[in-house]
Ligand binder design. Structure first.
Ligand SMILES: Cc1cc2nc3c(=O)[nH]c(=O)nc-3n(C[C@H](O)[C@H](O)[C@H](O)COP(=O)(O)OP(=O)(O)OC[C@H]3O[C@@H](n4cnc5c(N)ncnc54)[C@H](O)[C@@H]3O)c2cc1C
Length: 424
């Protein structure tokens, strides 16, 4: 007699969602569960390499899209291209609007297990003057606009690069997760370094043109005070400007940028990393904190709705919003559901629970990259900063390997990568 398959619904098919789907299928085999991934687009966008592609003069659309359908088909995982409109954790349903053709009717999916891996909304629409005067690197469209501006229009004037203030929730927050004023500042440092190199190549200036700013006391504070002190020393010697405690961005104007602390900077080019804001339909859900991020315990499971899991930027405990943290969470989710379904022992599934660390490779231009590995933000004592060609090679190799394995890097390989980077 055939027993009913467990219905597992994964919302979001980028880093966190794809990784959960692939490792779940590996853990569960093909008979036990019907796994479905819902995303409004049918490819993974390899966001962390957008700055690298941009400042090496390439269009990220050509190099950073990984089609989801063939990968999931191979895994016997269903893919639905649709926009998630609502989640009802009490009824265990999700409302979707299929996004392949305009005019679709709403549909409702049921689940036994739900994994919320929908990332967040990058809130450029909350920054006054962004659409007229702002630039960024967080998607290929904006990155291409920036690339063309630098190559064709930039007049050699002052450049500012930095973050709007992040608004983190506190309800249900894990004790060891600090309150952060910026969602993700690795890109600020990476863009500043790589852009300086690109300007030199184009004969349009270099580090001296650029000021980095942060709403916080310290830029990239999650990397640890020692690492930030080293970074700032190097950046100052190179000629970069630095402004901290800006509080938030008040407005972008033709002339420059105004901060809510009353200060301002003159700037021809303003490159902005925005606030990461939860999707509108997440606000007010009983699985979310007061800002709309999904509350979870160390198993990445919602304490009140134990069949609801989360991974990646959508999770309240992902601070900063870093793909590397989402990766670690995805392995956990895939093991916890396997435990629930009786195909993995509690001992094996619980051997690694949520213990975040910062692991980040950032392009510096000229075939070099920096590598940060740190857990001091969460109470540990690891604080490592390295720079050189090997880290650039690791960053590029990671993307190639990610694409060739269809996002299914074995956990041991992930750990080996960090071990090698630490030891080089
Ligand atoms: C410029 C930049 C550089 C970065 N560099 C690094 C780095 O070097 N290292 C690192 O670890 N991290 C880096 N990050 C952070 C990293 O990109 C994110 O942490 C990561 O993308 C989060 O993955 P995710 O799957 O949780 O969310 P996302 O990547 O945001 O994916 C969410 C998915 O959900 C889908 N979705 C959203 N809403 C809906 C909806 N309503 N219906 C259906 N589908 C929906 C989206 O289409 C998307 O596919 C960088 C970020 C930026 C912006």
């Amino acid at each position: 007699m055939q027993t009913k398959k467990t219905k597992i619904l994964i919302l979001g098919g980028n880093f966190a969602g794809l990784q959960v789907a692939r490792h779940l299928r590996e853990n569960l085999g093909s008979e036990l569960a019907e796994i479905t991934v819902v995303d409004k687009k049918s490819f993974l966008l390899f966001v962390p390499n957008i700055p690298l592609e941009t400042f090496e003069g390439r269009d990220p659309i050509n190099t950073l899209q990984l089609p989801l359908v063939p990968i999931l088909k191979n895994d016997k995982t269903q893919f639905i291209m649709a926009e998630v409109k609502a989640i009802d954790p009490d009824k265990k349903t999700v409302d979707i609007l299929p996004s392949e053709r305009p005019g679709s009717a709403l549909d409702t999916l049921e689940y036994d297990y739900l994994v919320v891996a929908l990332g967040n909304r990058l809130a450029y629409d909350r920054i006054e003057g962004f659409s007229e005067y702002g630039h960024t690197v967080t998607d290929p469209y904006q990155a291409n606009k920036l690339r063309h501006y630098i190559e064709e229009e930039y007049q050699g004037g002052p450049i500012v690069i930095g973050s709007a203030r992040f608004h983190q929730g506190t309800n249900g927050k894990l004790d060891f997760i600090p309150i952060s004023l910026a969602a993700c500042e690795g890109p600020t440092v990476e863009v500043a370094l790589a852009l300086a190199h690109r300007l030199e190549e184009l004969g349009k200036g270099g580090a001296k043109n650029i000021t980095m700013f942060t709403p916080a006391e310290l830029i990239a504070e999650d990397a640890g005070e020692k690492v930030v002190a080293q970074l700032l020393e190097i950046a100052t010697k190179m000629g970069f400007g630095y402004k901290n405690k800006t509080e938030d961005i008040k407005a972008l104007t033709k002339e420059g940028i105004e901060f809510t602390n009353g200060e301002s900077l003159e700037a021809e080019l303003k490159i902005i990393i925005p606030d990461w804001v939860a999707h509108d339909f997440m606000q007010g859900l009983p699985i979310c904190d007061e800002k709309g991020f999904v509350i979870h315990n160390l198993e990445m499971r919602n304490p009140d709705y134990p069949e609801v899991f989360t991974a990646g930027d959508a999770a309240s405990g992902t601070v900063p919003k870093l793909g590397a943290i989402g990766h670690l969470q995805s392995y956990i989710v895939a093991r916890q559901i396997a435990k629930d379904l009786g195909v993995m022992s509690a001992e094996e599934a619980d051997a690694e629970l949520y213990k975040p660390e910062i692991s980040c490779y950032g392009d510096m231009g000229g075939g070099k990259a920096f590598y940060i590995h740190s857990d001091s933000y969460y109470g540990g004592d690891l604080q490592l900063l390295k720079m050189g060609r090997s880290y650039y090679d690791m960053k590029v190799a990671f993307k190639h390997q990610y694409f060739s394995t269809g996002g299914k890097l074995p956990h041991w390989q992930w750990k080996l990568g960090a071990w090698i980077s630490d030891k080089i």
